[in-house]
Design a protein around this ligand. Structure first.
Ligand SMILES: Nc1nc2c(ncn2[C@@H]2O[C@H](COP(=O)(O)OP(=O)(O)OP(=O)(O)O)[C@@H](O)[C@H]2O)c(=O)[nH]1
Length: 220
């Protein structure tokens, strides 16, 4: 297998129950040239590929342990043709979450993230400022990244894919945690709605009881 092939690496027992495996679909999104492919390949292979030539979106599978639990990442490395080329609905509908990548050396790529985020309100995201090794060419401050992440209520890190391995993995891992968490929340609220055990239903229920179903107080 070369680093350029979609790959699947399995850890742990092959006899492991399939149901124990969390699957997360991650779209790596950002303006042209911010290092989306470098980030993706770094996470999957731990290697840094300086020049990565591809003409379209690339999909990969990669299994990793997150907090000791196996997670199967399906990763879509998107390939916008220019700065106005935002991810399609097809990509956004496919993804469970987006890794939003900009380069700290490129103000336009930071603005690109804002435009993307306008289109994805409810989806878990993680914000990453890449090319952290190029501080002498910095155009976006760490504070600006921090503020944007607070606004999006998401994780944020500045990374240098060219030099780091674990920080890149951390960003994917954090996003997977958010996805699993939001999946659990959605499942719970669906269950609540079906069973009538949600907060609003509980209120309705107790009001109903006091009106009619509760036994009358015989002492009155
Ligand atoms: N200095 C530095 N260069 C980086 C880093 N990450 C990526 N690059 C360089 O940035 C350029 C673009 O990287 P790619 O991974 O092709 O970027 P991309 O976002 O996938 O680009 P498109 O597919 O064209 O949208 C390459 O020359 C990389 O070597 C980094 O952390 N530091």
């Amino acid at each position: 297998m070369t680093p350029f092939e979609p790959c699947s690496k399995f850890v742990g027992s092959e006899r492991r129950k399939k149901s124990s495996l969390q699957e997360v679909k991650v779209a790596v999104v950002g303006a042209p040239g911010v290092g989306k492919s470098a980030v993706t390949v770094r996470f999957i292979t731990k290697r840094y590929i300086g020049e990565y030539d591809h003409q379209g979106d690339m999909k990969y599978k990669h299994e990793a342990l997150v907090d000791g639990e196996p997670v199967l990442f399906e990763i879509l490395d998107t390939c916008p043709k220019h700065e106005d080329d935002l991810p399609s609905n097809e990509v956004l509908n496919w993804a469970d979450g987006c890794l939003l990548v900009y380069a700290i050396t490129d103000r336009i790529s930071f603005n690109y993230i804002r435009k993307v985020k306008e289109r994805i309100c409810d989806m878990p995201v993680a914000l990453v400022g890449n090319k952290g090794d190029m501080v002498h060419l910095r155009q976006v401050s760490t504070d600006e990244g921090d503020i944007l992440a607070k606004d999006y209520e998401c994780s944020f890190s500045e990374i240098a894919t060219a030099e780091q391995v674990s920080q890149v993995a951390d960003a994917f891992h954090e996003l997977s945690r958010e996805i699993v968490q939001s999946r659990k929340k959605n499942k719970q609220s669906l269950l609540d709605r079906m069973l009538g055990t949600g907060k609003s239903n509980a209120k309705l229920y107790s009001r109903g009881k006091s009106d009619s179903a509760l036994p009358k107080d015989s002492s009155k």
